[in-house]
Design a protein around this ligand. Structure first.
Ligand code: SAM
Length: 462
């Protein structure tokens, strides 16, 4: 696979445990918010001593808090189509899966799903779709879907940012996505291990691993400068995937001057009709998963880490402490899934099973309980603090103040418009606590915005 030297990665995976001196030198570098080399990251991934792992965790928390503060961005996925030309062996939507109920939402149905999400307080959407035979049809549909999502209002609530997770497109099509107003373009390589990749993606356009890797290059070339990457953990060795992803990031940094805006760490979940999705061959423990996430936090400090509802509520809460900065809430991974109040995992149009089915209200309650500020902020994207501009602010830790102010504004809006009296009570208590920790100047700014919210204004930001 392009940009990925498998032999180099395999050698890095065999490195002996590093000395204490070396370990602390890497930790010191991470504390200075400096990007680690793949070799340094490999050494942290190889650590087995429990006390040293605790130091990795503590440092990951420090790096996350220094760059982003205590805010956690919330988003919700919106699946619009599950009729797919590809044959990914781990996914219920794969072409040869005869069990899955197929559906491509109409534009009116997309608006209806958006309305349901807005009524619950959501403001940030990740739009996902399968891939069809014809890219022109796909891009036309995606652009209409994006316009439809942005067009819906529920009272004063509307979608502020649509990110997308879509198959590779041409530069021309990416330009259309950008013009339609997307935030981040996200694509998972699934596995960076070429043999495994080819085995799992037999037919269809997705069978070419280099075309998938090149999608990020084409997105950058089309002017989309916020991109998201990741592997689907569980298809191959998790350390290999993580180190290969760091190599991919190094290539992007060298070639385009910036890396990914976000990294996702999805783990394989059982999918109807897919035996491979239930295989434990490359499963790894929760402890190893936590170490891996913390090492990603240290290795690429300027990047957001996304944690989806594939993980349990408990695991997601724990990972917030280790560097995760964005989470989804009350996800449904099927087209039209938000109309149904029933158990998500029981229905055969879903892409895979989910482990966290808490409502947005419950997710927000938990965030508040653990001292995090739930945030629906999309200010960076709207103020054009994207790509290099964002990274130049994030790298020295200068985005945190803005993140905190905007998170407090969006939390107050949520509490006023959507929260139950109980959540409102705890939410305001958290706001008081956080106001006491910020500078007098920032506090003045926040209180001015709060006055505006009390007057009925919405959707303001710095
Ligand atoms: N057509 C898009 C593409 O080619 O990237 C669609 C992506 S799909 C809607 C989003 C992601 O779901 C995939 O990239 C894959 O990593 C993940 N996924 C597929 N099957 C999964 C499973 N069984 N468990 C967890 N995640 C899965």
């Amino acid at each position: 696979m392009k940009h990925i030297d498998e032999d180099k990665i395999k050698l890095l995976m065999k490195l002996p445990q590093c000395s204490h001196q070396e370990f602390y030198a890497i930790i010191d570098k991470a504390k200075k918010l400096q990007r680690l080399t793949t070799e340094e990251s490999a050494k942290l991934l190889a650590v087995k001593d429990k006390d040293l792992i605790d130091i990795i965790y503590k440092t990951a928390r420090y790096v996350k808090d220094t760059i982003y503060g205590k805010r956690v961005v919330l988003f919700v996925p919106l699946y619009i189509n599950n009729i797919c030309i590809n044959d990914c062996q781990y996914c219920s939507f794969c072409k040869s899966n005869k069990v899955t109920i197929r559906k491509k939402l109409t534009i009116d149905e997309i608006k209806e799903q958006t309305r349901i999400l807005l009524e619950r307080g959501h403001k940030r959407i990740l739009m996902l779709s399968s891939e069809s035979v014809n890219e022109n049809d796909d891009i036309e549909y995606f652009v209409k879907a994006i316009e439809a999502i942005y067009s819906v209002n529920v009272g004063k609530n509307k979608v502020k940012r649509i990110n997308v997770n879509l198959a590779p497109l041409s530069i021309e099509s990416f330009k259309k996505l950008k013009k339609a107003g997307i935030g981040t373009y996200q694509i998972f390589q699934e596995t960076y291990h070429e043999e495994t990749y080819r085995k799992l993606h037999g037919t269809g356009p997705k069978s070419d691993p280099d075309n998938r890797l090149d999608a990020i290059d084409r997105a950058f070339k089309a002017g989309i400068d916020d991109v998201g990457i990741g592997s689907l953990y569980g298809l191959y060795d998790h350390k290999f995937e993580t180190l290969a992803m760091f190599e991919h990031i190094s290539y992007l940094e060298k070639e385009f001057g910036i890396g990914p805006h976000v990294i996702s760490v999805p783990r394989l979940e059982p999918a109807y009709g897919s035996e491979i999705s239930k295989s434990k061959k490359y499963a790894f423990s929760d402890e190893e998963f936590k170490q891996m996430v913390a090492v990603i936090r240290l290795s690429v400090p300027y990047t957001g880490i996304i944690m989806s509802t594939r993980e349990t509520a408990q695991m997601r809460n724990e990972l917030l402490n280790l560097g995760v900065s964005q989470i989804s809430a009350e996800s449904r991974v099927s087209p039209g899934g938000y109309e149904r109040p029933d158990d998500h995992n029981e229905i055969k149009d879903v892409q895979f099973q989910l482990s966290d089915q808490r409502s947005i209200e419950e997710v927000i309650s938990d965030l508040i309980k653990y001292g995090y500020i739930p945030s629906f902020c999309a200010a960076c994207y709207r103020r054009e603090r994207t790509g290099k501009t964002f990274m130049d602010l994030a790298k020295p830790g200068n985005i945190k103040e803005k993140c905190t102010i905007n998170a407090l504004i969006t939390l107050k809006e949520y509490l006023e418009d959507f929260a139950t009296p109980e959540v409102k009570k705890y939410g305001y208590k958290l706001i008081e606590e956080k106001l006491a920790t910020i500078s007098d100047n920032d506090k003045k700014v926040v209180l001015k915005f709060f006055e505006n919210i009390d007057k009925g204004n919405r959707d303001e930001y710095v």
